[in-house]
Write a protein that binds this ligand. Structure first.
Ligand code: 2HA
Ligand code: ZN
Length: 274
């Protein structure tokens, strides 16, 4: 894939951005072993001439049709791949896929055909494609999806008190002002469902229609954003809220949180900027 990337500076930048973020996920302790996955809609930056003959590359069936993603290109991390390896060698640990015209299958595109023999996209592909499809349907500009096992947010979901969207957002927005300013739609809570399934994909899509981040009970987060860095920042900011919450609890008190007037004023502030 190196040669493909060298012909397209925009694509090269996306690949390097994904590598940089993969390093942050690992450093934050959110990416044990093969935990987490990233996908980027690269359709707008693929010009077509990067790939001479797609027919040499393998095609895989999808379990359902993603018709709104017809003929679109995505850069996706691979199943079983480690974030710390993606950081070092993004081209070996992630790949380009092109959805077929009928939306029922995808072609794996890499530097050499042999690179595709062992490679499969992330086990959470149904959720990634489902979210990209939801974004295409509503016509917004999010291109990036990051799934990571953000410890502090996962820890919150072990408290039965927080197993609902309203309570969890009140706590997270209340811990510091940036949370409301930069994650204004908050997190949507997704009760535990087997990872990698169409069922969890559907539950996640429902939450991401109205929230910036879906929080999977006892597992991790799925965040969407326009750039790789914005998407990472949302998780980072909201994870800081959870950290502050636990710091206060460890110090023996329950954090007071910003009050409803303070949160209201922040909401008004954002309206003036949007
Ligand atoms: O990529 O995180 O949820 C491994 C996972 C599955
Ligand atoms: Zn996971």
């Amino acid at each position: 894939m190196k040669e493909i990337i060298k012909q397209n500076a925009d694509l090269e930048k996306i690949v390097l951005d994904v590598a940089e973020i993969a390093q942050y996920l690992w450093q934050n302790g959110w990416a044990e072993r093969n935990a987490g996955n990233i996908s980027v809609n690269i359709n707008d930056i693929i010009r077509g001439h990067e790939f001479n003959d797609l027919s040499e590359f393998p095609i895989f069936q999808l379990n359902k049709s993603y018709i709104e993603l017809s003929s679109k290109y995505f850069f996706v991390t691979g199943t079983g791949k480690r974030m710390r390896d993606i950081a070092k060698s993004p081209m070996k640990n992630a790949i380009i896929i092109r959805i077929s015209e009928d939306g029922n299958s995808y072609t794996l595109i890499s530097r050499y055909k042999s690179d595709t023999y062992e490679f499969r996209p992330t086990s959470e592909l149904p959720t990634h494609l489902g979210i990209h499809q939801m974004i295409a349907q509503r016509g917004t500009n999010e291109k990036v999806i990051i799934h990571t096992h953000a410890n502090e947010l996962v820890a919150l979901t072990h408290n039965p008190e927080f197993k609902n969207t309203d309570t969890i957002n009140t706590v997270l927005w209340g811990m510091h002002p940036e949370a409301m300013v930069f994650v204004p739609k908050g997190v949507g809570f997704v009760p535990y469902i087997m990872p990698g399934t169409e069922e969890i994909a559907q539950a996640t899509i429902i939450e991401l229609k109205h929230h910036d981040i879906a929080l999977w009970e006892k597992h991790g987060v799925f965040a969407i954003g326009e750039t790789v860095f914005d998407t990472f920042d949302s998780i980072d900011i909201i994870s800081k809220s959870a950290k502050i919450y636990f710091m206060c609890k460890s110090a023996g008190f329950t954090p007071e949180g910003l009050d409803s007037k303070q949160l209201y004023d922040l909401k008004e502030l954002i309206k003036n900027f949007s």
